[in-house]
Design a protein around this ligand. Sequence first.
Ligand SMILES: N[C@@H](CCC(=O)N[C@@H](CS)C(=O)NCC(=O)O)C(=O)O
Length: 214
Amino acid sequence: MKLYSYFRSSASFRVRIALNLKGLPYEYLPVHLVKHGGEQFSLEFLALNPQGLIPVLIDGDKVLTQSLAILEYLDETYPEPPLLPADALGRARVRSIALAISCEIHPINNIRVLRYLKRSFGIDDEGRKTWARHWSETGLAAVEAQLATLPATGAFCHGDTPTIADLCLVPQVFNSRTYDCDFSAMPTIVRIVDRCMELDAFRRAAWEAQPDAE
Ligand SMILES: N[C@@H](CCC(=O)N[C@@H](CS)C(=O)NCC(=O)O)C(=O)O
C-alpha cells in the first residue's frame, strides 16, 4: 500500500494509526501542503484526488480518498483488530465522536480555510490562530462533555480498545495544541490521548516520527 501524507496532516495521521494498528506496511509518499503554494494542487496530485486533499491511500489498483472512508475500508478489508464496536449503538456512538471532530472542528481550521481568511480578509497570523483556537475549544468541549458523561467511555473513547473515535481525537489534539488551546476543562480528552500515546501504533504515526517531519 502507498499513503500520500504530510507529517502534520491530521486526516493522514488518522490513517497512519489505523495502518499501524492493523500491522499493514505501507510506503509513505510525502505531499508538502505549504511549499510551492501546496503540492496538493499539482496536476499530478489532482489527477489522483480532484479534491486536492490528503490522505490518499493506494491499495493495489484502488485509489481511496477521505480519511473516514479509508478507515472504514481498512476495517472491513483487514478486520483485525476491529476499529468499530460489534454493536450498532456502539458504532453509532464511535462515529458520532469521530464526526464531531472530522466534520465540526477539522474542516474549519484546514489550511485552505486559514489561507482564505488571510488572502481575502487580511486576517493576520494571530487572528487566524484565534479563529482556530475558538473552533477547536468549542468543538472539543462538546466532545469532552460527550465522553465524560457516557458510561461507555473507558480507557479509550469507547471501551478499552482504540476505535475510529480515538484515531480522530489524537490528531485533532496535536493540531489544537499548536493553537494553544486550553485543555484544563477537558480531563477526559487529556487522559484518553495520554493513554493512546502509550501505544506504539499511535507513536509511530505521530508528527515527529514521519519521514517528512520538519
Ligand atoms: N475530510 C477530509 C479532509 C482532508 C483534509 O482536509 N486534508 C488536509 C490535511 S489534514 C489537506 O489536505 N489540506 C490541504 C488544503 O487545505 O489545501 C478527510 O478526512 O480526508
